[in-house]
Design a protein around this ligand. Structure first.
Ligand code: F6R
Ligand code: ZN
Length: 196
């Protein structure tokens, strides 16, 4: 890990950082239960366990005062009518925010709070998204051709709670309806216990 100030570049066309510590690939099998159309999910998985998204992480200590950052790349595609997306999570330390800066592609961020508020905001090149503390977040690629590439930054002590979303889902989902991204209620959503 660097102990002096450092720079790196995000190389076009793919925006892969010139230096990174970790390259995570999440494939279809890691998203079991998250897509609404289970038959479409199983059909696709039977053909191939394709990679849905990738994350390049820059190494920093996971502690308050540090900023964890990197690049997230969601590939284009759909499971049934539902676009490829990230697992999504709350931060374990709920009162921690995150900034996303979209470099490439077209998509949305689906967000919600434990209190029941929800929001879906666009991601397109040049757009900055501020995810408030307490808001779970999932990026969705609504393009049929291009990767959705975002640069993210969040506090080193945030941590990730994937379990709540894995178990209960997001309230809203984004599906392709007649060729247009459409926000609908997620029929598989269930109410989690209220968190503090
Ligand atoms: C970190 C963060 C992003 C995501 C990335 C992949 O707090 O929000 O770096 O980790 O977009 O999504 P998940 O982590 O939900 O698989
Ligand atoms: Zn996050």
């Amino acid at each position: 890990m660097k102990d002096v100030p450092f720079t790196f570049e995000l190389n076009k066309p793919d925006f892969i950082p010139t230096e990174y510590y970790n390259h995570i690939k999440r494939s279809l099998s890691a998203m079991k239960g998250q897509f609404w159309d289970r038959e479409a999910y199983n059909r696709l998985l039977a053909i191939e366990d394709i990679v849905l998204y990738e994350v390049y992480e820059i190494k920093r200590p996971e502690m308050a005062g540090e900023l964890l950052h990197g690049i997230s790349i969601v590939h284009p595609g759909k499971v049934g009518e539902e676009y490829f997306m990230t697992k999504g999570h709350f931060h374990t330390v709920l009162e921690t925010a995150e900034v996303y800066y979209c470099q490439k592609g077209q998509g949305v961020m689906v967000m919600e709070t434990p209190e029941g508020d929800w929001a879906v905001e666009p991601l397109n090149p040049g757009r900055v998204l501020y995810v408030l503390p307490r808001w779970a977040h999932r990026s969705v690629n609504t393009s049929s051709e291009e990767d959705l590439v975002t640069f993210f930054v969040y506090p080193g002590n945030a941590g990730h709670d994937y379990g709540t979303i894995e178990e209960h889902g997001f309230r809203k989902m984004v599906i392709d309806r007649n060729g247009r991204p459409t926000i609908t209620d997620n029929p598989r959503w269930s109410a989690p216990d209220r968190r503090k």
